[in-house]
Design a protein around this ligand. Structure first.
Ligand SMILES: Nc1ncnc2c1ncn2[C@@H]1O[C@H](COP(=O)(O)OP(=O)(O)O)[C@@H](O)[C@H]1O
Ligand SMILES: [Mg+2]
Length: 390
């Protein structure tokens, strides 16, 4: 099953590109679902039909869904939140303030992606297209289970046992309620589900497309997104450059715009070398409805198959060398001075600016030490040397 995500700055055309791609997919004979996790739902506007929180049919083989993030949030987070509320209540915090304190920013978005897992598990779809929130923030948050993995595997079960044993004593002594088993269950379930979503989205059948408009600030943000997405293991397989002014039969105003845009587009071509850049012209009216979206997709992809992922290389690969092995992580646009590397047990800690990823090292690298690192062709290459047997 193919999963394609669309992300980009607000208003650039994510929803339109996602909806157009889904229409093209359904027309090519695939059972297709397009779902939005962006709280600012606009799939209903793009298709010009009412859309519910469950898959709603809009054309042959094509369903649309606007995930109710609030509902998902309540379902998944309710047990944990109830516990936090009881703790805050015992601590004398005003209930309204407590309610606010238990809201995690960005959590709703992430939990909305849990619906993707549910839909993938139904097995009813050939293609799922996701209309994501702006920027790569959400996808970064999805790497959270990976970062928490060590804790969840080793510390969490022990903590759970300790709490169980000490619950009666501590509850009396501190006057603070200790978490019940259902809280631990809820945390564990949430962790497992998020891990699965992350695995689906970083798997070989999933890819992310960056939508941008030919404006300097928008392109700068798209470049940053590409770096962050790569760092967290997502495959970016193309760029949609939307709202390109046609330069034919132009008046002076439009010609000036077209010139400015073509300068930025040249920069886009350079920045995203190796990725297809699909251009889509600024239309005289909004592409709304199945027919208009189909035209949008045809014009954007030209002769390309909208579903094919041209870059099949995984963002992270390990290859053997004579003295050990090399780990390669795609990291476009970064210089060696931007990167900080640390080895922490069987994990490699990669820091790029304010982003940090814990990369669980493959088992083959267990008995290896880091021998060096360099940046080459938009990728970080970490050299490992095999330790001499003791
Ligand atoms: N190529 C285009 N030509 C004309 N209007 C467009 C084009 N692409 C998008 N739009 C319109 O611009 C608005 C914003 O697009 P949308 O896809 O909702 O952006 P996003 O999801 O990134 O916020 C919508 O009204 C949409 O119909
Ligand atoms: Mg949108």
């Amino acid at each position: 099953m193919r999963v394609i995500l669309f992300t980009g700055k607000g208003g650039v055309g994510k929803t339109t590109a996602a909806a157009g791609t889904a229409v093209a997919s359904a027309r090519a004979g695939h059972r297709t679902l397009v779902l939005s996790t962006d709280a600012a739902h606009s799939l209903a506007d793009a298709f010009d039909v009412p859309v519910g929180a469950d898959p709603t049919p809009v054309a042959e083989r094509l369903f649309v869904q606007q995930v109710d993030a609030q509902l998902r949030f309540e379902r998944s987070w309710a047990d944990v939140q109830r516990y936090l509320l009881s703790v805050l209540d015992a601590a004398g915090v005003d209930p309204i303030t407590a309610e606010e304190l238990t809201v995690v920013p960005g959590a709703e978005e992430v939990l909305a992606l849990l619906e993707l897992r549910t839909q993938v598990l139904t097995g009813g779809w050939d293609v799922v297209v996701v209309d994501c929130a702006p920027t790569a923030e959400t996808l970064r948050l999805l790497a959270l289970p990976e970062a928490l993995g060590w804790y969840m595997d080793r510390v969490f079960p022990a903590e759970r046992r300790i709490v169980k044993a000490l619950r009666p004593v501590l509850a009396k002594a501190a006057g603070v309620p200790m978490p019940q088993d259902d809280v631990f269950d809820a945390v564990e379930r949430l962790h497992r589900d998020l891990e699965e979503v992350h695995a689906i989205l970083t798997g070989p059948d999933a890819s992310v497309r960056l939508v941008l408009t030919p404006e300097t600030v928008v392109v700068a943000e798209a470049r940053r997104s590409l770096t962050t997405l790569s760092l967290f293991g997502y495959r970016v397989d193309g760029v949609v450059a939307n709202r390109v002014f046609p330069s034919d039969g132009a008046d002076a105003w439009r010609l000036t715009w077209a010139e400015a845009q073509s300068a930025v587009l040249a920069e886009v071509e350079q920045s995203f070398t190796g990725l297809p850049i699909w251009r889509s012209s600024y239309q005289a009216s909004e592409p709304v409805g199945v027919a208009a979206l189909a035209d949008f997709a045809d014009a954007t992809y030209g002769g390309d198959d909208p579903l094919v992922s041209p870059t099949s290389q995984s963002p992270m690969t390990v290859s053997r060398t004579r003295s050990g092995a090399t780990l390669r992580i795609a990291l476009p646009f970064v210089a060696k001075s931007d990167i900080d590397l640390a080895r922490h047990g069987d994990e490699l800690v990669v820091t790029v600016g304010s982003y940090r990823r814990l990369v669980a090292l493959p088992a083959v690298l267990a008995r290896h030490t880091v021998a060096g690192a360099r940046i080459e062709d938009g990728a970080l290459r970490v050299r490992f040397r095999a330790e001499a047997p003791a």
